[in-house]
Design a protein around this ligand. Sequence first.
Ligand code: FAD
Length: 824
Amino acid sequence: MNNKKIIIIGGVAGGASTATRLRRIDESAEIIMLERGEHISFANCGLPYYIGGVITSREALLVQSVEEMQNNFNIDVRTLSEATKIDKEKKVITIKNLKTEQIYEESYDYLVISTGAFPVKPPITGINEAKTLFTLRNITDTDNIKNYINNKSPKRATVIGAGFIGIEMAENLHHLGMMVSIVEMSNQVMAPVDFEIAQIIHQHIIDKGINLILSDGVKEFKNEGKEIILSSGKSLNTDLIIFAIGVRPENSLAKEAGLKLGTRGGIWVDSNLRTSDEFIFAIGDAIEVRDFVTKTETMIPLAGPANKQGRIVANNISGKDEMYLGSLGTSVAKVFDYTVGSTGNNEKTLKNKNLDYNVIHIHPGSHAGYYPGASTLSMKLLYNKDTQQILGAQAVGMEGVDKRIDVLATAIKSGMKVTDLKDLELSYAPPFSSAKDPINMLGFIAENIINGLVETVQYNEIDDLIKNGSFVIDARDKIETSFSSIPGTINIPFPEIRKRLNEIPKNQKIFVFCQTGIRAYNTVRVLRQNGIDAYNLDGAFKTYQSVYNPAQSFAMDEFDDSGKMIFEKEETEIKTNFSKMPTLVVDASGLSCPGPIVKTFKSLESLNDGEILEISATDPGFKKDVSTWAMKTNNTLIDLKEENNRFTATILKGNKTELKKSTEIVKTKEDSTIVVFSEDLDKAIAAFIIAQGAASMGKKVSLFFTFWGLNILRKPKKVKIKKTFIEKLFGSMMSRGTKKLPISKMNMLGMGPRMIKSIMKKKNVDALEVMIKNAMDLGVKLTACAMSMDIMGIKKEELIDGIEIAGVATYLGDTTTSNHNLFI
Ligand code: FAD
């Protein structure tokens, strides 16, 4: 059909996809795209990272400008234009121009609603008066938050709601140097994963210094949002609040037009994404979709489905008959150093829906253990034992989460059986995976269960089994049990099982666990072949421990007796006078739990009391395990460092008194911060000489480059990059890198700098470039001021490598531990 007139309401993910696809198919159609806001087609998903300074260019968030959309796709884009009414009988909508207040009507042949979802803001006392409170949905919200941070320099931030947006915001505000609290009403973060998977992230979030408050909600905002009263009665003082407790479909237009809504309030659509009116389609966050697995209605507010639905609707308007097959809710998020991903249904949903399911938990290495840098990948798979349908999967780890979740999402969509996973031929080389990929492992285990080779019990059943007198074997090595185990269990290490069969009762069920499941499975196989009815604890001690040995409640420690939050605790650390170098240095990286602890134990065995072991590991569990283990075994953890996901523990064997004698408590306020404002060569040299000196004395040094100082960090060669005319002009007038810097006195048209450089060379003083490199090697932090970059039109790509881009809050955060602060 030619000359169709299509109006699309909403100009971001779903709306913009529909518009461009329509144009690609139908050159003659009249396409009008209405957007209430100022911007179209922006990257919502990047907003938290722009606020945090990780994404430095605001422009980069604007995927398509209005002009590009109009010029390239011949689409009539109307921003600041709100659709206020749909008259489906007349096929006319009413539009309000928000700039001119003009109200007018526009007819359509087809209408597409892609109005998205809005952040929920319940009527909590004081919420409307809270001047510190922000929600995040679009560029305007982002600008508001960013301006507030730049103008008010908040020190304490509180994120209410621990979903994707809340967690991403918490990480980014922490990145800016703020002290961040997260308040979440449920007992876990990240609702798409189940509790035992979320627990792993809880620990990590706390380890990063976030004040994580679970199972508590907001009762009241006081003092214009400077104080938050929680349901528990506790109170938090805060300078900034991000309110992110979830979203609701933007359905008012559809509702008022008499279109059918679904049970959850989203717009109802059929499998062609057509609403109850044959000329109106709806997509994205505003609609209810079919859960691909359970075939029931659900809401999945994610960018992937919205974009794909836009394409399908465009095809259908153009005469095709294409169906949307439903959503899996496949999602992934970065939580500091971890990645969390999920697809399909979680256990909570399956339980609520009374559906049959089996569970497998595994904790393999992210890649071959012998190749450096492997870390633990914790996965959970849900499937139906009778039909072998895969129902859902979750994963958390530092590496390889997304690819495993994507493989499983593909497997679910293609209708693969759980046992088919064992046959998948996935790419393998040691830095990336193992010859038996974790996905294959899930298939092997499922097949073993389905074929009756092993039966499992879950982490939440084992305590009751023990209480009721069951015989539970801990198949780990003795030393592993010495620092944590499940009370009431009997330690029979797997290598001893054949010799100790006579200790095991024959007429009852026997339950076995080890650290990650493999030794217990081997034990179960020995027992079963000896006529003993043995069961494996699925997910092993690792899953059990993550649930029942939860992270210490940091939140509780941070409140004084009156329930007020104490944040400004003076940090202290034990500084030892131990001049002794480590007696033994051991590298346990690549080993997954309990490997590093076993290695720690064996290495310390070879040392005498008072000698020191330095051991490094990449297993994230090592950080917690080594302190517990040292405490329980009466050894002394002198130091525990974390750098690039590598943990290095320094342990003194035994005898704490020797350490105590030689320790003193010192305040950590001894670091060094320098603001580099000037681009003068002599001043830059002075800044780097001081920085290197302070760093070599063991101080943490932070240099914050702002305004002209940024020129020192510019690459010497011009970088090809999109800039506005003014930015280009400005850029060409400023010094590009260390070679072009002037000096503060006697510049003499560049003669002065050349003379200084030549004198420095003669006197064997490093050139500024070398000083910068040396300072970076010494761990000096070089931060470029995001705001100055924006003003001066300097882009990240123009800066030398290794520069952090951040706001003033990061710099102010660094000054809190600094004993001097220079302005150069
Ligand atoms: P939107 O993209 O929200 O677009 C709806 C547009 O309609 C809005 O711009 C609105 O102004 C406009 N509108 C509404 N009513 C009217 C009206 N009456 N007249 C005119 N215009 C109107 N998803 C992921 O998959 N991964 C992520 O990492 C991720 N991160 C996110 C981070 C943030 C901070 C946010 C806010 C969302 C994130 N999402 C993420 C979700 C994703 O952005 C949404 O699922 C997706 O944008 C939905 O597309 P949509 O077209 O339905 O709605």
